[in-house]
Design a binder for this molecule. Structure first.
Ligand SMILES: C[S@@+](CC[C@H](N)C(=O)[O-])C[C@H]1O[C@@H](n2cnc3c(N)ncnc32)[C@H](O)[C@@H]1O
Length: 295
């Protein structure tokens, strides 16, 4: 793995550590461990609490193993998809957990490592996958129907010229090998001024599709909720309106059934000073719930 200065800068750290309600006799699960930014702070704030960390990206797990090495007796890391939380907890003989964190989206490392193919600013093969077990973006594009590409751009990208762009990508898909070639195809299909704001949205939409992010999120939330203790807390940071909608409606449904309390009436967002230090935090939204104690 190419070592970088910063693997990832975690967002809303104080808020996460406060809301997850750490206890020394607790078991907590970070379902998107990334560069272990949140995880390491939680390890440092506790003496005996145990932590399970999951990430589907082997580079994230390798890096996190290094930075959490001092805590290996109470920190267990797994390269896996968080939809497999049941398998992981069963393997550890952990029935229920006291707190769960999802910090969705991609890490800075993934986004800025050219070879991973996530960025429209760096030349890389058309990979864009978090896990080496998934199909690459190039493979997905070659298998996709025209209307599927259009739908992805419309639903996940929220951009105006989705049809034009989608048709052009479809026509050119067999010739595309790199991120910059994809960018060029998009640039050639719509006016430049339109792209300034929207190129990142188009790449983000393709990333969400390549990694089945919204499907995984729906499944992951359900599995996670079932493994939460009564009185336990689940925290979700989302960065995309599609993610946030899934989280919001999932929590609303549970609230209506009297299963949970929403601990924050309004979503928690980073303060201005955090955003100026870390502009990526700008779109972060944190939602926190507590599972009701069964009577
Ligand atoms: C925003 S980063 C997390 C950063 C982390 N909180 C930190 O402090 O460094 C999101 C991470 O979630 C991982 N991820 C996304 N979807 C996943 C899934 N379905 N299962 C496991 N990991 C996933 C990505 O590989 C990425 O490393």
């Amino acid at each position: 793995m190419a070592r970088q200065q910063v693997f990832h800068q975690p967002v809303l750290v104080d808020e996460i550590v406060t809301w997850i309600n750490l206890r020394d006799d607790g078991v907590y699960c970070d379902c998107t461990v990334g560069g272990a930014g949140h995880l390491l702070v939680m390890l440092k704030r506790t003496r005996t609490a145990r932590f399970v960390g999951i990430d589907c990206d082997p580079e994230a797990i390798a890096y996190s193993r290094q930075v959490t090495a001092d805590y290996r007796k109470r920190c267990f890391l797994f390269e896996n998809n968080f939809i497999n939380l049941d398998l992981i907890l069963d393997g550890l003989k952990v029935h229920r957990v006291d707190g769960l964190l999802f910090d969705l989206g991609v890490s800075y490392h993934q986004l800025t490592t050219s070879a991973r193919g996530f960025s429209f600013e760096r030349k890389g093969d058309l990979l864009m996958r978090m896990s080496p077990n998934s199909l690459t973006l190039g493979e997905r594009l070659r298998r996709a129907q025209k209307e599927e590409i259009v739908r992805i751009l419309r639903e996940y990208g929220d951009v105006r010229n989705y049809r034009k762009i989608g048709h052009r990508i479809f026509e050119m898909r067999r010739t595309l090998n790199t991120t910059l070639e994809l960018r060029k195809v998009i640039e050639d299909s719509v006016p430049r001024r339109f792209l300034k704001k929207n190129l990142h949205k188009i790449f983000q939409a393709l990333r969400i599709w390549t990694n089945d992010e919204l499907v995984n999120l729906g499944q992951g939330l359900l599995v996670a909720y079932r493994r939460l203790k009564d009185g336990g807390r689940m925290l979700v940071i989302s960065y995309h309106s599609g993610e946030d909608r899934i989280v919001k409606y999932f929590f609303r449904g549970l609230k209506k059934q009297g299963q949970i309390q929403l601990l924050n009436k309004r979503v928690i967002k980073p303060h201005e000073d955090e955003i100026s230090r870390n502009p990526r935090a700008r779109s972060a939204k944190l939602r926190v719930i507590e599972k009701c104690v069964c009577s």
